[in-house]
Structures are given as structure tokens and as C-alpha cells.
Design a protein around this ligand. Structure first.
Ligand code: MN
Length: 296
């Protein structure tokens, strides 16, 4: 099932090959005025709601997918756990470009991104500092479906609600990762959530990213150092994971800078993709940090 949130915060099931999205809000106790609580209820009660949604899929109001505005399929999250370097070739390219081999997930475990950095698959990425190198990172992301603590990788599958494409937008430099990756619009996700039952093996999905039609990243989750399930294990090792929490699994090689006016497209096998514009954020009140400005 491909679950989207669209237009005025309605809940939709998507049929991409038919260019169709069906409004199933009625079947899911969905309140468009409160998508946050509605989403929480949806994933916590999904086993009960699923048959009702499947029924509504047949008779709910249908729209052309190409004519709706897709929102972030997770309207609000309490935390985003993200993997630092989690592909060997990405470590190599960072070493080449910045002359230091960054440590990988094996040494650093995970880091947090601000939940408020979340944005939708049609919302523009807004660059806060146009003189700072700000990169795209194409990643597979997923949303947690059940409370979890000390769940081992081999059991993680049962706790994942669904998958989506995720951009981990990142300012390069020496500041804390959390700061460099937490600006508004720095975590676009989408275009919808593909429920876990439709993704037999998340650790074997090809992933591509283009900037202005130039292919920049061409990877596959089979090269992850810690795969999706191992990331889950790390994220709930003696800590609570809650329904609605998001995990970003890391980016393959090919990262590069974004500039205002660029268009970024991400696509992941069996999930789908989205295209977003890059803009300069309102600069009036911002001050550019002095270090690590782009060398011209
Ligand atoms: Mn990343």
C-alpha cells in the first residue's frame, strides 16, 4: 500500500501506474485538521484500519495523482535518527574532497536531525547560506511502526511501518552534524510511504539522484555498511523508538553541492521518487557563518 497525504491534509492511497490517488480519509478516522494525531493513530491502529482502508480504496473519491499537491507523508515526527557515513565509497569521496576520512557508523553510531527539518516531496529546499557548500544526500528512509527497545536486527522487520525516499540536505564544514543538517526543509521525504509488506528486501534497492538532469548518485542499499535492520538495532539499543520516528540510512557516493535554481530528483526502486526545487531562504535576517565559505 502506498500511503500519501495530499492537498488539504487528506489521506490518500496511491496507484502510481494509473496516475491515481484515492481519498481514504473516511475509513481511517482521519481528521485533516489534525494530521499529526491522525497519522499517529493510523500507524498504531493500522492492523485494524487496513481492511477498512482497502474497502474505501474501491469507492473513495479519486483524483489524478499528477494534479494533487503531495505533503510530507509523515506529517510530524518526534525524532529523526540518521546514519553518518554508511557506504564505503562515500567515505572515500569525502576523504578525497575534504582530505579527512570521516568515521563511519561503526564508530559513530547514529546522530539526530531536528524533527522540524522535515518537509514534503513538492516543497522547495531553502538554502540558509548561499556561500556555504550545501550538499544533496540521497537516502532510503523509513518510519517506525511500533514501540521498540533492544530489538535485534533480525527482528527489526516487524517494527518498520514503511519506506520512502529521503534527502538528507547537509551543509559541509566542521560544525556539529546536527546543526549542519537541521535547517528548515533539510529533510524532504516522499513521495509516499510504501508499507513494509511491499518491500521484501530493503537492503537491495537501487537509488538514483539527479541535479538538473545530471545523474549525480547511482547507488544501491546492498552496499550499506549497517543495513536497514542493523540501523534499527542501533537506534533502539537501550533507547526507546516510538511509532512515527524516522530513520535515515545514509547516502552512497556522488554527493555534491546544490545552488538556488537547481532541481533535484531522487528515485528509489520499488518506492518511487520526487523532484524538488532549490531556493535561497529569506536572507534578510541571516548572517553567514565565516568559516568554510565556498572557494571561488
Ligand atoms: Mn546522510
Amino acid at each position: 500500500m502506498k500511503i500519501a497525504i495530499f492537498n488539504d491534509q487528506q489521506l490518500g492511497i496511491v496507484f502510481p501506474e494509473e496516475n491515481r490517488i484515492v481519498d481514504v480519509s473516511n475509513a481511517a478516522n482521519w481528521d485533516s485538521k489534525n494530521p499529526e494525531a491522525s497519522f499517529q493513530n493510523l500507524i498504531e491502529m493500522f492492523d485494524d484500519l487496513k481492511p477498512l482502508i482497502e474497502n474505501e480504496m474501491m469507492r473513495g473519491k479519486a483524483f489524478k495523482l499528477s494534479e494533487v499537491y503531495l505533503r510530507s507523508p509523515v506529517p510530524r515526527t518526534r525524532k529523526i535518527w540518521a546514519a553518518p557515513v554508511n557506504y564505503k565509497k562515500h567515505q572515500e569521496e569525502m576523504n578525497k574532497q575534504f582530505n579527512n576520512a570521516p568515521l563511519t557508523i561503526e564508530d559513530l553510531a547514529l546522530f539526530l536531525k531536528s524533527p522540524d527539518s522535515l518537509s514534503g516531496p513538492m516543497d522547495p529546499i531553502k538554502l540558509p547560506f548561499t556561500n556555504r557548500r550545501t550538499d544533496h544526500e540521497a537516502e532510503l528512509g523509513y518510519v517506525v511502526g511500533k514501540k521498540a527497545k533492544n530489538v535485534k536486527a533480525e527482528d527489526a522487520k516487524d517494527y518498520i511501518f514503511g519506506y520512502f525516499a529521503l534527502l538528507d540536505i547537509s551543509i559541509r564544514g566542521n560544525e556539529e552534524r546536527t546543526w549542519r543538517k537541521s535547517f528548515d526543509t533539510f529533510t524532504p521525504i516522499g513521495p509516499w510511504i510504501v508499507t513494509a509488506d511491499e518491500i521484501e528486501d530493503p537492503n537491495h534497492l537501487s537509488m538514483k539522484l539527479w541535479v538538473n538532469d545530471e545523474l549525480r548518485q547511482d547507488g544501491n542499499t546492498k552496499h550499506l555498511i549497517y543495513d536497514c535492520y542493523k540501523c534499527f538495532e542501533v537506534a533502539c539499543n537501550n533507547m526507546q523508538l516510538n511509532p512515527g520516528d524516522i530513520i535515515a540510512t545514509g547516502t552512497p557516493e556522488g554527493v555534491g553541492p546544490l545552488m538556488p535554481g537547481d532541481t533535484v530528483k531522487i528515485e528509489i526502486e520499488k518506492i518511487g521518487g520526487f523532484t524538488v526545487k532549490v531556493e535561497a531562504a529569506d536572507q534578510e535576517k541571516s548572517e553567514n557563518p565565516k568559516q568554510h565559505t565556498i572557494k571561488k
